[in-house]
Design a protein around this ligand. Structure first.
Ligand code: ADP
Ligand code: MG
Length: 695
């Protein structure tokens, strides 16, 4: 095998390739464009495109594509070849600056929430030079944003880039107030940890629910679940280890900084964590990571499940979005340093995040709202759908001391009067103990843990960036006008604590008491997508997004529709799959086994009254269950048809949540109870035990 250092980034048109292959002046212009997040100078586009093409062809590429992330949740590509005919009947390989900068995919079938008028169904893709182009499957992939002809965002990347601009602008105001006049740019850094399941491909292919929905719709619990906790960080099975090694290699070639791979809490569950990078690159890389996980798994006879809750009763999968802010000169706003209480930039940033999260709890919840993730939030392994912040005792102590105007000695854990100069030092492990908090301060960053494993990380970061930009702009306004800078900072922090302390919670976020306590504090608890989504349209949110040029009113309205539409579609497919599984496999299987039992009873009767109590008992139980399953399946069919006739998407989503999901759960209840007494040779599908423990 090649050395990792030689492997890393070999398929990426990265900085060193650019430096080597571009004329110096072009390279410098492109580099400053990237560094300062400016738009590309079209005069250099032809040169860059040509260099990219030459490089890609040398690497065996024949096609190029604008690689983008429409609101379907997965990435889209439309491959064009480089070939171009010449007059003499030959071809040349061509790729122009125009083709690099702008593409026009036929976009009419991507969700737009009514943004594209029918007379202009096309959208366009625009190069994002800050995320490097790369080669995948003999194709040069150019990361792009995807917009309608009027410039409305139709994708995940456009608002993300806008939100990065918004927070850059406001964070620059803040950092300049601290005298750092050399700072040109403030970047949001993100490291997303990704969880996933691996199952055997042969088993997978026997489960229509996994094939069509990505999750099991039925399945009774195996005798051994995750209660032994023996999987977490356990020794890797050889097949899994081989998969992980190849996955790391594939990701490294694409310049993805895959760092750690380990087993997770549930059987067959694993995690990959990359090294953090700039947000839009982190988002692109996370999409690539998910794609590579699926592809690589297949090569090892495995299937990678990215669904948030593939197995009921077993931990689901999420993502942890590690988020921080750093200047181009290397200052991390959220790094406490040795003396956090003497670090006003850190304390002010902390206060900004606290205020932002408390004032916009619903936005964080909305950013992770999907039909899949709804099964996980509130489950026993995931935080409930309530947003709260964990700071740890030391930081909380410092902020409380400021609130009360006393000096805090966190080393001894006692509060002293102002004036005594005792310097607390923050120990990293003190901030990293609470695994049940949805939004935890972890040393030099915040970690948001409610994201679903299958979705893009973009939405969450759009929300975080915008809401913190909003609070920074409020703080900057006050600080720019303040007579006494230090005093004003203190005052701001004090006010934030007084008004927003309710969002701070260091205790067990999974406990039942917290749900009650959170309600007492007036925190939002939005268990489902259908509850959460409408809040995106509040006037307060719309005006904030418009103020920071992240979303327009029309874009927000269209997004709400698209998300609800996706929610309905997901459950629609699940319901149809379940109906088919019941009618064509489960009901017949139960019938077949019951028949067999009936024959046994007759046989025993013929033998002169040999005891057949057990058979009769089973026949009664299974027939009763089968009758329920049969009737509920019919009911489900009618409910789905009714929902599909409902024009209003919010109403339709409510039907899916209130009626269809409930019917599906009822069917599952009877099916699972039948599965637990029907012999495996009669049961049409591989069991949970086989799916979870066969690798
Ligand atoms: P854990 O205990 O959760 O594994 P780590 O400290 O190893 O914690 O970090 C987890 C993730 O956080 C990694 O992806 C890492 O790159 C990322 N991370 C570390 N520092 C930052 C930062 N300043 N900004 C964003 N992400 C960061
Ligand atoms: Mg983590």
């Amino acid at each position: 095998m090649e050395k990792v250092s030689e492997l890393f980034g070999i398929n990426v048109f990265n900085d060193s390739v650019m430096k080597e292959r571009l004329p110096e002046e072009v390279y410098l212009i492109l580099k400053s464009t990237i560094k300062e997040g400016k738009t590309i100078d079209s005069s250099i586009a032809d040169t860059v495109a040509n260099a990219m093409k030459e490089w890609a062809i040398e690497k065996g590429a024949t096609h190029y594509t604008h690689w983008f992330q429409p609101l379907t949740g997965i990435t889209a590509e439309k491959h064009d070849s480089f070939i171009s005919p010449t007059d003499d009947g030959h071809i040349i390989m061509e790729f122009s600056g125009k083709e690099l900068i702008k593409g026009e995919p036929d976009a009419s079938s991507f969700p737009s929430g009514g943004l594209r008028a029918t007379f202009e169904a096309r959208g366009y893709t625009a190069w994002d030079p800050s995320s490097y182009a790369f080669i995948k499957d003999e194709t040069l992939c150019i990361p792009t944003a995807f917009c309608s002809y009027c410039g409305e965002a139709l994708d995940q990347k456009t608002p993300l880039l806008r939100s990065m601009e918004a927070i850059n602008k406001q964070a620059l105001r803040i950092i300049k107030l601290f005298g750092h006049n050399d700072v040109k740019r403030v970047n949001v850094t993100v490291g997303p940890e990704q969880e996933y399941f691996l199952v055997d491909k042969n088993m997978y292919e026997k489960r229509p629910d996994l094939i069509f929905c990505g999750r099991t719709l039925i399945g009774s619990m195996p005798p051994k679940g995750q209660e032994m906790d023996d999987h977490y960080f356990g020794v890797l099975k050889p097949r899994v280890a081989a998969f992980m090694r190849e996955l790391d290699n594939e990701l490294w070639k694409l310049g993805v900084l895959a760092k750690t791979e380990h087993n997770e809490a549930a059987p067959a569950q694993h995690e990959l964590a990359p090294i953090f990078t700039t947000t839009n690159i982190a988002a692109d890389h996370n999409q690539l990571t998910m794609e590579m996980m699926k592809k690589t798994a297949l090569k090892h006879g495995l299937v990678c499940l990215l669904h948030e809750k593939p197995f009921d009763g077993v931990n689901g999968s999420g993502k942890h979005n590690n988020w921080s802010l750093s200047t181009d000169t290397g200052i991390n706003f959220l790094k406490p340093g040795k003396n956090p209480d003497k670090n006003p930039l850190f304390l002010l940033s902390l206060a900004a995040v606290i205020k932002a999260v408390d004032e916009h709890q619903e936005l964080l919840r909305i950013s992770v709202a999907t039909a899949g993730n709804d099964h996980r939030l509130g489950g026993n392994e995931a935080p409930p759908a309530i947003i709260s912040i964990f700071l740890g005792e030391e930081l909380l102590g410092i902020l409380e001391a400021i609130e009360q105007g006393v000096h805090h000695d966190s080393v001894k854990g006692i509060k002293m009067n102002m004036g005594a100069d005792i310097i607390p030092s923050i120990r990293k492990d003190n901030t990293d103990r609470n695994r049940t908090s949805p939004f935890a301060f972890t040393g030099n960053k915040f970690e948001f843990r409610m994201l679903g494993s299958a979705s893009s990380i973009s939405d969450t970061n759009v929300m975080l960036n915008t809401m913190v930009a909003e609070v920074f702009s409020q703080f900057a306004e006050r600080l720019e006008a303040a007579m006494d800078f230090e005093k004003e900072i203190n005052l701001i922090i004090k006010e934030v604590m007084q008004k927003h302390k309710r969002i701070l919670f260091n205790g067990d976020g999974y406990s039942a008491e917290w749900q009650i306590e959170a309600e007492r504090r007036g925190l939002l608890n939005l268990p489902s997508t259908v509850d959460a989504l409408p809040l995106l349209k509040s006037e307060q949110n719309i005006s904030m997004f418009e103020r920071h040029k992240v979303f327009s009113r029309t874009e927000i309205n269209s997004r709400v529709d698209i998300i609800l539409e996706n929610y309905c579609k997901t459950i629609h497919i699940e319901a149809l799959t379940l109906i088919e599984m019941m009618n064509r496999a489960v009901v017949p299987a139960i019938t077949a086994y019951t028949d067999k039992l009936c024959v046994a009873v007759l046989h025993k009767n013929n033998l002169g009254g040999v005891n057949a109590t057990v058979e009769k008992e089973l026949i009664a139980r299974l027939s009763a269950a089968n009758k329920e399953i049969y009737a509920l399946t019919d009911e489900l069919k009618i409910a789905v048809a009714t929902a599909e006739r409902t024009v209003d998407v919010t109403e339709r989503a409510e039907q899916y949540r209130n009626i269809i999901l409930r019917l599906m759960a009822d069917i599952r209840h009877y099916t699972d109870s039948a599965e637990s007494v029907v012999p495996s040779e009669y049961w049409p599908y591989p069991s949970y035990g086989e799916l979870l423990f066969s690798i």
